[in-house]
Write a protein that binds this ligand. Structure first.
Ligand code: PGA
Length: 259
């Protein structure tokens, strides 16, 4: 049984006091829910807030993740942060290949770079949350499965994992991110099943232990239906992770899945 993961991707939002307030409200909200062994909860603040966020979540069940990493361990790479540095903050997860890094932010990361980042995360003992997903044009052209197959294979080429819990995949259709237009539960399930089949081809039975998150306009009122799909193991949450009540509502939906 895969334990659902609900990870909040704060993106470049919230200042330090607001981030701390949010953690505090989530922490007290979680006390009223019986989450500890049933659902895993993580927050991914901007990199500069990793250390203070680690302090704020200390003693709670909330885990820490970073939003990006550079693939080299050290060197003359002005402005970049290595996986080893991220690991020092106490982070467990790192988001890699998010669509905003693939398509929106200046340098447009390609699959080779994303692959090197997944490798770097493993080198430092971090669990990558590898994001894959098609654009609207690709979906309209009937290329969704091809894009997912390629991005998954390219991201993971040559890698082996001892445990399925050392890898998380996030299916994030680009057209659903920050748009308010979520994938239907059927669209999500079909994509997740396709990704799991790809993982099975590569890793055999380990694929059944890998969590595949859905991301893209998840809210409390659509989370339960999406998470209810057999291959959806939680969510990577953007906008709705910035308010405690909506984030907690989504965690509640994951609890319903966990049973
Ligand atoms: P959203 O973002 O929930 O605001 O659509 C999801 C993500 O980018 O991970």
């Amino acid at each position: 049984m895969r334990r659902p993961l609900v990870a909040g991707n704060w993106k470049m939002n919230l200042d330090l006091p607001r981030g701390r307030d949010l953690i505090e409200t989530i922490r007290s909200g979680l006390e009223t829910l019986d989450v500890r062994e049933r659902v895993e909860v993580a927050v991914c603040p901007p990199e500069i807030y990793l250390f203070p966020t680690a302090a704020a979540i200390s003693g709670t069940a909330i885990r820490l993740g970073a939003q990006n990493v550079y693939h080299e361990p050290s060197g003359a790479f002005t402005g970049e942060v290595s996986a080893e540095m991220i690991a020092e903050t106490g982070a467990r997860y790192v988001i890699i290949g998010h669509s905003e890094r693939r398509h929106t932010i200046g340098h447009h990361e390609d699959d080779r770079m994303i692959h090197l980042k997944v490798r770097a995360a493993r080198r430092a003992g971090l669990t990558p949350i590898l994001c894959v997903g098609e654009t609207l044009d690709e979906r309209k052209a009937g290329q969704t499965f091809d894009v997912l197959t390629f991005q998954l294979a390219a991201g993971l080429v040559g890698l082996a994992f001892k445990s399925g819990s050392d890898l998380v995949i996030a299916y994030e259709p680009v057209w659903a991110i920050g748009t308010g237009q979520n994938a239907t539960s059927a669209q999500a399930q079909e994509a997740h099943a396709h990704l799991r089949a790809g993982l099975r081809e590569k890793f055999g039975r380990l694929a059944d232990e890998v969590r595949i998150l859905y991301g893209g306009s998840v809210k409390p009122d659509n989370a339960e239906e999406i998470f209810g799909q057999p291959d959806v193991d939680g969510g990577l949450i953007g906008g709705a992770s910035l308010k405690a009540d909506s984030f907690l509502g989504i965690i509640r939906a994951a609890l319903a899945k966990a049973g």
